[in-house]
Ligand binder design. Sequence first.
Ligand SMILES: [Fe+2]
Length: 370
Amino acid sequence: MLHMRMVRIYIRINLLYHYHQLRLLIWNNPMNHWIQSLILAVVFVLISAPTLATEEVNLYSARKEALIKPLLDKFTKQTGVKVNLLTGKAKALLKRLQSEGRNTPADILLTTDAGNLHAATAAHLLQPIDNASLKVVVPQNLRDPADHWYALSIRSRVVVHSKERVKASELSTYEDLADPKWKGRICIRSSNNIYNQSLLASLISHNGVEKAESWAKGMVANMAQPPKGNDRAQVKAVAVGVCDIAIINTYYMGVMLHKDAGQKKAASQVSLFFPNQADRGAHINISGAGIIKGAKHKENAIKLLEFLVSDEAQQWYAQANHEYPVKAGIPVSDIVNAWGYPFKQDGLNVGELGKYNADAVKMFDRAGWK
Ligand SMILES: [Fe+2]
């Protein structure tokens, strides 16, 4: 990096020297002063253009391009700051950041689970950002207590159930799903998925290791099939009668109901239920972001985070992605509103989900949750 900077400085000094020579040559030539000035101005602009840095910010995103790019384009239009986007799986991005070390071009890491942000913080990849405008918008339980990351949107991991075979009155809590009355009736994805790891981490945090482990075992005993497929696949499995209930993230239901094809049909056959409304509230998770240690475009990175919690961006998260905004007073989409809003949300700091992630992963193994 230092070498590159030296080369750039050398080129610049050289260009300025030649510009000075040219200026003397033109000035000493017998022609109109206006024309002389014009030629010099044009030459100066041509010489300096390549050395003037374009305003930019480099974003590593675990969020798929389609779910973030429209917002980034709005940001560029508003501020003139270009966003260079690199998308990938959260784990791969973390590994990449670690191997790039101080030479990483990344300014921001954006992920879709607090567990990943916690892991990035634990790996010393993020720097604390004590920013008043972010703190005003993002509730305390949805940001790192040491300011390394901030939530940008909220989702809940909820129960969906067959409209025909399960009444809402039969459902109550996550804990209740481990009861033998649900034997052979539950669909849920595999334990290597971080959404499930975070759900179990929340149960460890609230109920302790022993109770959380017996919950995991009870869930395995109640599964209708070995875990397979993503969250949407669980909804489809309920729709075709493989199981009666499933656990999924809220926005998947929103997206499925928004579509015309078979997904909408499957999603229409299930109802969404928020567990634990009589006690701590439904488990929530976030998409969020932090600024990379040593970020070369820190000011632009902060600008982008501030934009992502602005009214405009929060409305987009709510309407296009069917997520819950972090900013108070922003309406949710009609589809999301129909499930009941507001609902009682677990107030646990989402950083706890990362803190207990390793315990959750081991616990899933012991419970035989594939
Ligand atoms: Fe997701």
